[in-house]
Design a protein around this ligand. Sequence first.
Ligand code: NDP
Length: 334
Amino acid sequence: GKVLVTGANGYIATWVIHKLLEQDYSVRGAVRSESKATLLRKAFAAYGDRFETTVVEDITKAGAFDEAVKGIDAVEHTASPVYIATDDPDEVIVPAVHGTTRVLESALAYGSNVKRVVYTSACATIVHVQDAPYTFSEADWNDAVVAEVKEKGRAASQLAKYRASKTLAEKAAWEFVEKNKSKIGWDLVVLNPPYVFGPPIHDVAQSPEDLNASMRQWFQSVLKGPELLIDGGMCWTDVRDLAEAHVLAIQKQEAGGERIIVSEGPFKWQDFAIAASKQGIKVFVNDDSYNPTNATHHVIYDTSKIARIFGLKFRSIEESTADIIDDLRARGWI
Ligand code: NDP
């Protein structure tokens, strides 16, 4: 089959495309400009005409994906602003929400072959502040952050704006499906990853500052310190496992209509620092008394749904870190 991947030049999407092509799918990658399309075609040249590109300059415009969905069997929608520097919450929220609705509208109107749409949401739509350790599941929603951004507006933090954008976008997707259920010939799968780490294969210009947001944060926290904090941490997943989940999401019938948390488990930056030091990297370790086996994690995700539907085996912190370090060494950045 042929899969449309939006935000195709991104960190996660490039791995998704790679996995799809490796499993004999054809892929149409949607990006914002012809120069990005050219780079991407070069990166996937080995797959010949199984990889093609399309340019969608403005994903918020009515009919934005009308051409892009033609002849497509499944859609993977990943395009969304991630931690952009802006005061105006709408600059994050509008592309996240409208971009998602446009994809679904076009899939409804012109995606006559489309059987499934997979939307890359985030655990940002699930997690909310808790005083005590709490296990979140797919039943939880981060409505609090939407209210917070509504109240604070421009003064809300960058993180809050991002989280609100993802929450509103995922809600818009489920509402679209509910409203149009009698008309659509496809179903929706939503994947909710927490922090995503792992070696990048997308075009990263020339320095660690050019990494995508989550890997930039990994680089800073794990290798640069000294803001390495035992208390800092959330949950994570390796980008290659997340990409595999995107492939399974179009293959597994029973995934239809589900939101699915894709998480390896909790971490503290210290865990990655310890793993990096095993690779011969000198890191700032801020507390020698840290013992990973009795660390308390405040945010935990119930991963029983992904275990049941996908049966995916996740890479460990050690495996992922070893591969990140190899990649950064090859780039000459460490
Ligand atoms: P990247 O920044 O690497 O990729 C983001 C992609 O979205 C790029 O292709 C980018 O295109 C596109 N994009 C951003 N803003 C717009 C816009 N206004 N209009 C059209 N396209 C836009 O990030 P990731 O690969 O990490 O993120 C991909 C998805 O995964 C996002 O939806 C994100 O919310 C989600 N996610 C990521 C996590 C992580 O830790 N990395 C965790 C949880 C979810 P361009 O290059 O043209 O800007």
